[in-house]
Design a protein around this ligand. Structure first.
Ligand code: G3H
Ligand code: 13P
Ligand code: ZN
Length: 304
């Protein structure tokens, strides 16, 4: 927060995503939070995941680029999942009780915090529900984080960081905008009120992909159908990173970068069937996207 930048939290599901993220962060000397959802952990398999990540850490050390690397559970939904991740070597977990009533969210989050802190692991909680893409504007408003709940939540749970809802949403179709229209701005008034109530406390922004048009265009040009995809503008993200937002979550932009590269490669090389031939360029595209974000949007480059 003091440096006016945000640490990137990039989601991964496989070897090439892990490599691409680490390459982009090592190249830009950026700290990085590697994050996996519960379903990503099941996809990789719980048995393989810690070894894969330890290998990734060794790879980065061998590049002579000693950036800080965290392994974080994204959107953990039960105590048991958070506990299993902590016991298998995660350095950080999110317990997302935001869909529960306030008191239940506090109870569940505190349970995870007690277990995690006793083992040197940090915890991210969440207050407020990110808007779904189908929601009407009016119902989105009622899902924003209520600043008046933040102090009590942070005080009662002991969380180390807090994800909030100020107008972002998950996925590649964040807003329904007519051609030529701008998406609605984020609710910086809510963010500023939260920062006023819990000064110095690290805030997390989920659903923060820009849905970078260059990748959407490539996907559409090479056989994909993503015409209405739209994300958060880079200016809004820069403003958030300069303030109380210390961790910015990016999954969709990585998926788009890789898919664009794979679609382009396969369209241009229809006889190719060696996975390395199309996953290699996809990995490079992801590393380039990560470098760009760290340098131009999050401001994390050179902070590792
Ligand atoms: O916020 C959710 C992340 O984008 C992870 O998505 O559950 O499909 O792995 P996932
Ligand atoms: P995006 O879908 O905008 O990349 O958000 C990712 C996220 O919040 C992961 O927790
Ligand atoms: Zn999220």
């Amino acid at each position: 927060m003091a440096g006016g930048y945000a640490v990137p939290a990039y989601n991964f599901n496989n070897l090439e995503q892990l490599q691409g993220i680490l390459m982009g962060c090592a190249e830009t000397r950026s700290p990085v939070i590697l994050q996996v959802s519960g379903s990503a952990r099941r996809y990789i398999t719980a048995a393989l995941l810690p070894h894969l990540v330890r290998g990734g850490v060794e790879l980065v050390r061998s590049l002579d680029s000693p950036i800080p690397i965290a392994l974080h559970l994204d959107h953990g939904d039960t105590f048991e999942l958070a506990r299993d991740c902590i016991n298998s070597g995660f350095s950080s977990v999110m317990i997302d009780g935001s869909h529960h009533p306030f008191e239940e969210n506090i109870r569940l989050t505190r349970q995870v915090v007690e277990y995690a802190h006793a083992r040197g692991v940090t915890v991210e909680g969440e207050l407020g529900v990110l808007a779904g893409i189908e929601d009407e504007v009016t119902s989105e408003v009622s899902h924003y984080t209520r600043p008046e709940e933040v102090e009590e939540f942070v005080g009662q749970t002991g969380v180390d960081s807090l994800a909030i809802s100020i107008g972002t949403s998950h996925g590649a179709f964040k807003f329904k905008v007519k051609p030529g229209e701008e998406p609605p701005p984020l609710r910086f008034d809510i963010l500023e009120e939260i920062a006023r109530r819990v000064p110095g406390f690290p805030i997390v922004l989920h659903g923060a992909s820009s849905v970078m048009p260059e990748y959407v265009d490539l996907i559409n040009r090479y056989g994909g159908v993503m015409e209405e995809a739209v994300g958060i503008s880079e200016d809004q993200l820069r403003r958030a990173a300069a303030g109380a937002v210390c961790k910015i979550n990016i999954d969709s932009d990585g998926r788009l970068a890789m898919t664009a590269a794979i679609r382009q490669f396969l369209a241009e090389h229809p006889g190719e069937f060696d996975p390395r031939k199309y996953l290699g360029p996809a990995r490079e595209a992801l590393a380039a996207m990560v470098s760009y974000k760290n340098r131009q949007v999050l401001g994390s480059a050179g902070r590792g």
